[in-house]
Ligand binder design. Structure first.
Ligand code: KG4
Ligand code: ZN
Length: 342
């Protein structure tokens, strides 16, 4: 089949967003996402509730994605789905759905690694944006991941460093919770930071060897910091909210940039791509823009809809694998821990 006639349906259900997308080659025809609001009440994702909500959303979402793309399911060339990593109950919903549809329609099934998809989201056709050239460095930063990857080719990736504990998005969300902000607190920290002084307070930068990260210490130090100050001055947090947010954001951005600069130095690569929900953060965007002018980097950030969890990014990997004939058989199963290249 000529490349231009490849239509792919993609499914993402690894965490708390259910998503379905239809691609025509590298072009996105539709990319619909149902974000589960229920977790807000709990201040974090509740796995059992997530899988139940995926179960409710998946069929209507696939119909919606096909309708929006204006194509009949009979036109589909293959179906791609997230095999892992993620929450087992959530992954099972997408995996079972994709396997059944592949069997029902008699079309190939393509498993996709969610972390590779965050990286290859840069290759979705986007007007005015060029994808990064190989080799490049990719940093995926979200509520579930913090990883620096050396990308030599579509299927030639090496993880250089990752978090040893919390993901960077969790660091934002958990410290925001300590400040009394609702979940997810990352965007609010970013918002309040804009009116605060980033040098107002100092939080420790962890000393982690190599290119790995650690964020759990930050949460603890913010807890002690708040306890110390509110004991003597109960109105402290409210009054200093913007300064605390700005200082926290500076600390987190410093941690990320320190490792990214080290990775660039170690590999000699200056093409740096970021993705994941935290890529929306204005502090990291500013730091990357500075690295362009000061360090000669070229940086890449996909449109926001491809940064957060979405099926479009699963679809682009599906398409690239389709071109290579890398299909899965029906014995494939969800894998909660699924390493890049694994
Ligand atoms: O990629 P994503 O939508 O979901 C996954 O975790 O996979 O990322 C969500 C994370 C949350 O932790 C949220 O607080 C964070 O991204 N986030 C931000 C910003 N926007 C989203 N963190 C800091 N600044 C932002 N502007
Ligand atoms: Zn993700």
């Amino acid at each position: 089949m000529p490349e231009k006639d490849i239509y792919l349906l993609a499914i993402e259900s690894s965490c708390d967003d259910t998503s379905a997308a239809v691609l025509h080659g590298r072009k996105m025809l539709s990319n619909v996402v149902a974000t589960q609001q229920i977790h807000r009440e709990y201040g974090g994702v509740v796995p059992e509730l997530a899988s139940r909500a995926h179960q409710q959303h998946i069929v209507p979402l696939v119909h919606q994605a096909l309708a929006k793309a204006n194509i009949d399911k009979k036109l589909l060339s293959a179906i791609a789905f997230t095999r892992g990593p993620g929450l087992m109950g959530s992954l099972l919903v997408g995996t079972s759905f994709a396997k059944s549809l592949s069997l029902g329609l008699g079309i190939p099934l393509i498993e996709v690694n969610h972390m590779e998809a965050h990286i290859l989201a840069h290759f979705i056709e986007t007007p005015g944006k060029e994808p990064p050239p190989f080799p490049f460095l990719a940093m995926t930063i979200s509520g579930g991941h913090t990883q620096i990857v050396l990308v030599r080719g579509y299927s030639d990736m090496e993880v250089l460093g990752e978090t040893l504990d919390d993901a960077v998005g969790e660091a934002f969300d958990k410290t925001a919770k300590l400040l009394g902000l609702p979940y997810p607190g990352g965007p609010l920290i970013d918002k309040y930071a804009a009116s605060g002084d980033p040098e107002a307070f100092d939080f420790p930068i962890p000393k982690v060897p190599g290119l790995d990260f650690s964020f759990s210490g930050l949460k603890t130090s913010v807890l002690y910091f708040m306890q110390k100050h509110t004991e003597a001055d109960p109105g402290f947090i409210e009054r200093e909210r913007d300064n605390i947010c700005a200082s926290l954001q500076r600390t987190i951005v410093t941690i990320l940039m320190q490792k990214l600069r080290r990775a660039a130095k170690q590999t000699g690569i200056r093409h740096v791509a970021i993705g994941g929900g935290v890529a929306a953060n204005s502090g990291i965007r500013k730091a990357l823009a500075e690295a362009e002018s000061k360090l000669g980097w070229t940086t890449y950030i996909p449109p926001f809809q491809y940064c957060t969890d979405n099926a479009g990014m699963i679809g682009i990997v599906g398409y690239l694998k389709y071109l290579d004939g890398r299909f899965s058989d029906l014995s494939v199963s969800a894998q909660a821990r699924y390493k890049i290249g694994g």
